[in-house]
Design a protein around this ligand. Structure first.
Ligand code: HEM
Length: 134
């Protein structure tokens, strides 16, 4: 019987950075989940969900995609994607936490950070359309 062999995935520099950041967010997200469960205080549930889903899942997928397509990981759009997301993500998580803890005055900061994250995602999307080729 004939078997086909595929080369193992080699992580690119961009891939390694994104994946290491992703696993840091996973540790923080899970720690918050455990703290919520232990205290039975679920006020920060949306923060937990976004740390895990943007930080772990979305960052981790970016790392894998940039390793599969290293050219896309080295582009200017990839740099814009990286800095927009990484600067805005901590601001959004802190602002969202403060809002949920009863500080409505942080809303403009929260909105601004979310717009920056959306712009980062847009840079990612354009990057993949422009720089991913078979
Ligand atoms: C050991 C790991 C984890 C623990 C202890 C944990 C804990 C929790 C707790 C206590 C809640 C609130 C449940 C409730 O309100 O009844 C929750 C909700 C949630 N978690 Fe986790 N979680 C973990 C991992 C994850 C991961 C890895 C993800 C995503 C990749 C995730 C995504 C979510 C989402 C989407 C919600 C619902 C948020 C909402 O309804 O607003 N969690 N988790």
């Amino acid at each position: 019987m004939q078997t086909t062999q595929t080369a193992p995935l080699t992580l690119s520099t961009a891939g390694v950075i994104w994946i290491k950041l992703a696993v840091l967010y996973l540790v923080i997200g899970i720690a918050l989940g455990i703290a919520m469960g232990a205290s039975q205080n679920f006020t920060l549930r949306p923060v937990h969900a976004h740390i895990n889903l943007i930080g772990w899942t979305t960052f981790g997928l970016a790392g894998l995609i940039y390793s599969l397509f290293p050219k896309a990981g080295e582009s200017l759009l990839a740099k814009a994607h990286f800095w927009l997301l990484n600067l805005a993500m901590p601001v959004m998580m802190v602002a969202l936490s403060l809002l949920l803890l009863g500080r409505p005055q942080v809303e403009p900061i929260l909105a601004a950070s979310q717009i920056v994250i959306a712009l980062g995602v847009l840079a990612f999307a354009v990057n993949l359309f422009v720089n991913i080729k078979r």
